[in-house]
Design a protein around this ligand. Structure first.
Ligand code: AMP
Length: 190
């Protein structure tokens, strides 16, 4: 299986690019943010628990996520692999992902991160706020989400660099241009 992790700060285009990657390479796109937003919308027990954390741009506790991910991974059979969008976000989550994949004799194949500067991210997300009405796209929450990314998720990049799995991708340019660069890296590994 080809298991790709796509990192990047909020607003870097992870969701858009993950969907395109999934389509081109026949992978299953798993977006933990989408899973949580859906739970909140359906007002499930978990959704009610997550709501205020997600709306403040804080991370949902690791132990709640692992179960969700475990069931998401096992929903699919005979697939080419996954694109993980928004997961893992902490060192603990990355260890748990390794454990889950190992159970199926699988591992992370490649880790890409979209590199976009803070000013660009804030501009893009404020624009998205007008279109999608996401509660976590207000200016204060965006700044918090960026800080959470730097504090909790950025350290994972070093981890995957040490495993020789990491490649940075310039996240500024047209969607197709960025997608072309991503495909270039994937094609080296397939
Ligand atoms: P995203 O759409 O990936 O930016 O996720 C939106 C929000 O969902 C985040 O700000 C977190 O509150 C929550 N979230 C998504 N993925 C994770 C994760 N892997 N760990 C913890 N919280 C997450």
């Amino acid at each position: 299986m080809f298991n790709l992790i796509l990192f990047g700060p909020p607003g870097s285009g992870k969701g858009t690019q993950s969907a395109k990657i999934a389509e081109k390479y026949g992978l299953v796109h798993i977006s933990t943010g989408d899973i949580f937003r859906n739970e909140i919308k359906q007002q499930t027990e978990l959704g009610v628990k997550f709501k205020s954390l997600v709306e403040k741009g804080e991370l949902v506790p690791d132990e709640l996520i692992i179960d969700i991910l475990d069931s998401a991974l096992h929903k699919y059979q005979n697939i080419n692999g996954f694109v993980f969008d928004g997961f893992p976000r902490t060192l603990n989550q990355s260890g748990e992902l390794d454990n889950l994949l190992k159970k199926d004799k699988e591992s992370v194949t490649l880790v890409l991160a979209l590199d976009v500067n803070d000013n660009e991210v804030v501009t893009r997300l404020l624009k998205r706020a007008q279109i999608e009405d996401r509660k976590d796209d207000s200016e204060d929450v965006i700044k918090n989400r960026l800080q959470v990314y730097k504090d909790q998720t950025y350290p994972l990049i070093d981890l995957y660099k040490k495993q020789n799995k990491f490649v940075g991708i310039k996240g500024i340019g047209s969607i197709d241009e960025i997608f072309g660069n991503i495909c270039g890296e994937i094609d080296k590994k397939v």
